[in-house]
Design a binder for this molecule. Sequence first.
Ligand code: 13P
Length: 247
Amino acid sequence: MTAPTPLIAGNWKMNGLAASLDEAKAIAAGLAGAPARVALCPPAVLLHRMAEALAGSRVLVGGQDHRAEAAGAFTGDISAEMLADAGATLTILGHSERRAGHGETDATVAAKVGAALRAGLEPIVCVGETLEERKAGDALAVVTGQVRGSLPAELAGRPFSVAYEPVWAIGTGLTPTTPEIEEVHRAIRATLVGQFGEAGRAVPILYGGSVKPSNAAEILHVDEVGGALVGGASLKADDFLGIVRAL
Ligand code: 13P
């Protein structure tokens, strides 16, 4: 089976105002022949404007989270349908900042993945261990458990990716060694094949956590790394393009 097309996705988290759309446009303008799919996931309120600003470009636009319900009395929340209606084609789900900060369990994430699929969105499902879990030797068990629990069977035959984001590497400047990244990605691949058969080999497994232009080439060339989920470095066009060009 051919290797999946790499995906480099930028997660803007709770950053970005209307003026930040200039960075997104600079990213689109600088992509040229990059051998990857490229996505930006801005805050929901910017999504529609970003989708319009990037219309006709190669940059895909995605959401950062949504509820599992399609509509209803959920003050302040948004649905997958709303993200799709605003121009999103992807969505990040199960980010550790949602799991830890909003009490999301694997079951919550799996329900949201189902909602994303019903809305026609391509999920990027995040998993990752805490520093305590890694120190206790539990990283592989935690991550593969999250993969099994967060990916519902209805993903079979649908496009999606998994992002391995060690919690301790997010926003810290710390990264695992390349053998550590490869070990976890191989374990995720084996789990995906166990769940989805040979189709599990075509799922891109992204790495996320302190990816920047200076370490991107080393990380992106690790076996079984199929792209990156980039936080801070996706906010500046030069940094994000430096990562895309490292492929
Ligand atoms: P940083 O790249 O800022 O470490 O964030 C990674 C991340 O959480 C992307 O979802």
